[in-house]
Design a protein around this ligand. Sequence first.
Ligand SMILES: [Zn+2]
Length: 120
Amino acid sequence: GGDVQATDEASEATDFSLRTGDVVDETTYPMVPHMCDEDARFQTFQAWPPSSPVRPRDLAQAGLFYEGQEDRVQCFCCGIQLSQWVSGDDPWTEHSKYSRNCFFILGHDVGNVPSLNGDS
Ligand SMILES: [Zn+2]
Protein backbone atom coordinates (compact mmCIF):
# COMPACT_ATOMS: atom_id res chain seq x y z
CA GLY A 1 0.00 0.00 0.00
CA GLY A 2 1.29 3.41 -0.94
CA ASP A 3 1.02 6.48 1.14
CA VAL A 4 -0.13 9.12 -1.29
CA GLN A 5 1.12 12.48 -0.16
CA ALA A 6 1.15 14.21 -3.50
CA THR A 7 -0.99 17.21 -4.35
CA ASP A 8 -3.00 14.92 -6.61
CA GLU A 9 -4.44 13.19 -3.59
CA ALA A 10 -7.75 15.03 -3.72
CA SER A 11 -8.34 14.36 -7.39
CA GLU A 12 -7.31 10.73 -7.01
CA ALA A 13 -9.80 10.39 -4.21
CA THR A 14 -12.45 11.83 -6.51
CA ASP A 15 -11.52 9.42 -9.28
CA PHE A 16 -11.85 6.58 -6.83
CA SER A 17 -15.27 7.82 -5.81
CA LEU A 18 -16.34 7.96 -9.44
CA ARG A 19 -15.21 4.39 -10.06
CA THR A 20 -17.03 3.08 -7.04
CA GLY A 21 -20.19 5.02 -7.82
CA ASP A 22 -19.83 6.77 -4.50
CA VAL A 23 -20.76 10.15 -5.94
CA VAL A 24 -24.34 11.22 -5.45
CA ASP A 25 -26.44 11.55 -8.59
CA GLU A 26 -26.97 15.25 -7.95
CA THR A 27 -23.43 16.09 -9.00
CA THR A 28 -23.90 14.55 -12.42
CA TYR A 29 -26.72 16.92 -13.24
CA PRO A 30 -25.73 19.74 -15.61
CA MET A 31 -25.59 23.21 -14.08
CA VAL A 32 -27.24 24.68 -17.16
CA PRO A 33 -29.57 21.96 -18.51
CA HIS A 34 -30.94 24.01 -21.42
CA MET A 35 -27.43 24.21 -22.85
CA CYS A 36 -27.01 20.44 -23.13
CA ASP A 37 -27.53 20.73 -26.89
CA GLU A 38 -24.35 21.54 -28.78
CA ASP A 39 -26.27 23.43 -31.45
CA ALA A 40 -27.98 25.49 -28.76
CA ARG A 41 -24.57 26.37 -27.38
CA PHE A 42 -23.26 27.20 -30.85
CA GLN A 43 -26.18 29.58 -31.38
CA THR A 44 -25.04 31.69 -28.41
CA PHE A 45 -21.86 32.67 -30.27
CA GLN A 46 -23.55 34.94 -32.82
CA ALA A 47 -21.92 38.01 -31.21
CA TRP A 48 -18.62 36.24 -30.49
CA PRO A 49 -15.66 38.62 -31.00
CA PRO A 50 -14.31 37.84 -34.50
CA SER A 51 -10.82 38.68 -33.26
CA SER A 52 -10.87 35.79 -30.78
CA PRO A 53 -8.35 33.05 -31.63
CA VAL A 54 -10.75 30.23 -30.68
CA ARG A 55 -13.68 29.12 -32.82
CA PRO A 56 -17.29 28.98 -31.61
CA ARG A 57 -17.69 25.43 -32.94
CA ASP A 58 -14.71 24.22 -30.93
CA LEU A 59 -16.02 25.95 -27.81
CA ALA A 60 -19.49 24.47 -28.26
CA GLN A 61 -18.02 21.01 -28.73
CA ALA A 62 -16.12 21.44 -25.45
CA GLY A 63 -19.40 22.02 -23.62
CA LEU A 64 -19.07 25.81 -23.54
CA PHE A 65 -21.54 28.54 -24.43
CA TYR A 66 -21.18 32.31 -24.77
CA GLU A 67 -22.44 34.67 -22.08
CA GLY A 68 -22.41 37.71 -24.32
CA GLN A 69 -19.68 39.59 -22.48
CA GLU A 70 -16.18 39.96 -23.85
CA ASP A 71 -14.88 36.42 -24.49
CA ARG A 72 -16.30 34.75 -21.40
CA VAL A 73 -17.85 31.33 -21.84
CA GLN A 74 -19.37 28.87 -19.39
CA CYS A 75 -19.65 25.09 -19.22
CA PHE A 76 -23.22 23.76 -19.28
CA CYS A 77 -22.16 20.87 -17.03
CA CYS A 78 -19.80 22.08 -14.29
CA GLY A 79 -20.61 25.78 -14.65
CA ILE A 80 -16.98 26.91 -14.80
CA GLN A 81 -16.33 30.21 -16.56
CA LEU A 82 -13.39 30.67 -18.91
CA SER A 83 -12.19 33.84 -20.62
CA GLN A 84 -9.18 35.70 -22.00
CA TRP A 85 -8.52 33.20 -24.76
CA VAL A 86 -5.16 33.52 -26.45
CA SER A 87 -3.75 32.14 -29.66
CA GLY A 88 -2.97 28.45 -29.34
CA ASP A 89 -5.63 27.78 -26.72
CA ASP A 90 -7.70 24.64 -27.20
CA PRO A 91 -11.15 24.90 -25.57
CA TRP A 92 -11.24 21.25 -24.51
CA THR A 93 -7.71 21.41 -23.05
CA GLU A 94 -8.39 24.63 -21.15
CA HIS A 95 -11.70 23.30 -19.87
CA SER A 96 -10.14 20.08 -18.58
CA LYS A 97 -7.20 21.98 -17.08
CA TYR A 98 -9.36 24.24 -14.94
CA SER A 99 -12.18 21.80 -14.24
CA ARG A 100 -10.63 18.35 -14.32
CA ASN A 101 -13.57 16.83 -12.46
CA CYS A 102 -16.21 18.13 -14.86
CA PHE A 103 -18.44 15.17 -15.67
CA PHE A 104 -18.68 16.22 -19.30
CA ILE A 105 -14.87 16.32 -19.57
CA LEU A 106 -14.68 12.93 -17.86
CA GLY A 107 -16.97 11.49 -20.52
CA HIS A 108 -19.97 10.79 -18.35
CA ASP A 109 -23.45 10.83 -19.84
CA VAL A 110 -24.62 14.25 -18.66
CA GLY A 111 -27.21 14.70 -21.39
CA ASN A 112 -24.99 16.30 -24.00
CA VAL A 113 -26.49 16.35 -27.49
CA PRO A 114 -23.72 16.45 -30.12
CA SER A 115 -24.35 18.54 -33.20
CA LEU A 116 -25.52 16.68 -36.29
CA ASN A 117 -24.19 19.35 -38.64
CA GLY A 118 -20.72 19.96 -37.30
CA ASP A 119 -18.28 21.45 -39.76
CA SER A 120 -15.43 19.12 -38.95
ZN1 LIG B 1 -17.33 21.55 -17.44
